[in-house]
Design a protein around this ligand. Structure first.
Ligand code: ADP
Length: 357
């Protein structure tokens, strides 16, 4: 039946993804210099497919440091190239798997560019969000003889450990609760869940979401870089022959900027925001590392972010982290700390792959 054909196809793709070493992959992307900075010195030395060398000034032990990831994208990589390696993950959502894609890095390093694209969007500059949905629609149409798919999206923001709906037209958004004990059902049942059937509809929704994020940003001084935003795509597929139902979901997460604030300068709201961001990003690192070590206790409960993603981190779920760095010399300290975080996530993944052998 169609169901078995899909399962077989599914297994093939699953093996393909497994070949890429485990369920956690880390890609590094280097932003190009922006037009007005073109004369600056780059801290990025050599890049090849999976390695990146950073040139460090004397303060950090003059010389260079190398880091390895599943993939490294240099400053000239196009949006299409960056997306092409994530395509097997998109397919697996239609096969009933859960997927998380994160953008990590300091503010200005290119997280939003990767996930959504630049402010003025063209077809070439569409980010992972649009391309992922486009693929979902495309593949679901290809399977229409055997499967009937329904796709719906939610878009929320986590700011200071509070969850808010971004897909709403009614002004200030209420605080929402996360339901994380239930294996089935939505993690944020009270956030708007909007059925979508075309990329055009999705672009309209994302504009609403981005506008809601921007409104809070002006009110609170660039809050968008200090909140996590999460676009969740829920997919339900019914096998037309057997009536069996597959459910998968994909979280596309633009994380808050990972930069550390100067401890002596941060006070009040700024300090509180920084503490919340630190807490949630390290909670995310802890969860991934506990999963890879097959620890009996996975500390999901330590942040709203990890609670939200509980069903999509671990088990059969697949995780992809895009780690972003800026090439400028004055970003070196953040660049090194970003790469260290990423290496922690990536190397535990290799550890897990060894355990599996
Ligand atoms: P972040 O979300 O990490 O704060 P942005 O995505 O807003 O960073 O990127 C900062 C600036 O750099 C934006 O003007 C963006 O358009 C530009 N930029 C980021 N990555 C790239 C890239 N790969 N190619 C061209 N411009 C980029």
């Amino acid at each position: 039946s169609g169901y078995h054909k899909v399962l077989e196809e599914n297994r093939k793709l699953y093996n393909q993804v497994q070949d890429l070493k485990g369920n956690i992959r880390v890609y590094c992307r280097v932003r190009p210099f922006l037009p007005r900075q073109s004369s600056s010195m780059s801290t990025v030395g050599h890049i090849d497919d999976g390695n990146i060398m950073i040139i460090t000034p004397s303060k950090y032990g003059k010389g260079h440091k190398s880091f390895s990831f599943n993939k490294v994208f240099g400053p000239f990589a196009t949006q299409e190239e960056v997306f092409s390696d994530t395509q097997p993950l998109i397919r697996s959502v239609l096969d009933g798997y859960n997927v998380c894609i994160f953008a990590y890095g300091q503010t200005g390093a290119g997280k939003t560019y990767t996930m959504s694209g630049p402010k003025e969007l063209t077809e070439e500059s569409f980010g992972v969000n649009y391309r992922a949905l486009n693929d979902l629609f495309h593949i679901s149409k290809q399977r229409k003889e055997t499967f009937c798919y329904e796709i719906a999206v939610q878009m929320i923001e986590i700011y200071n450990e509070q969850v808010r709906d971004l897909l709403t037209n009614d002004g200030p958004q209420k605080r929402l609760d996360i339901h994380n004990s239930s294996q089935k059902g939505l993690a944020v049942p009270n956030a708007n869940l909007v059925p979508v059937t075309s990329t055009t509809e999705v672009i309209e929704l994302m504009n609403i979401g981005q506008k809601n994020r921007a409104v809070s940003a002006t009110a609170m001084n660039d809050r968008s870089s200090r909140s996590h935003s999460c676009l969740t795509i829920h997919v339900q597929g019914r096998d037309l022959a057997s009536g069996a139902v597959l459910r998968g979901c994909m979280h596309l997460v633009d994380l808050a900027g990972s930069e550390r604030v100067n401890k002596s300068e941060a006070k009040g709201d700024r300090l509180k925001e920084a503490q919340h961001i630190n807490k949630s990003l390290s909670a995310l690192g802890d969860v991934i590392s506990a999963l890879a070590q097959k620890s009996s206790h996975i500390p999901y409960r330590n942040s709203k972010l990890t609670q939200l993603l509980q069903d999509s981190l671990g088990g059969q779920a697949k995780t992809l982290m895009f780690v972003h760095i800026s090439p400028e010399a004055d970003a070196i300290s953040e660049t090194l700390s970003t790469l260290k975080f990423a290496e922690r996530v990536a190397s535990v993944e290799l550890g897990a792959a060894q355990v599996n052998k």
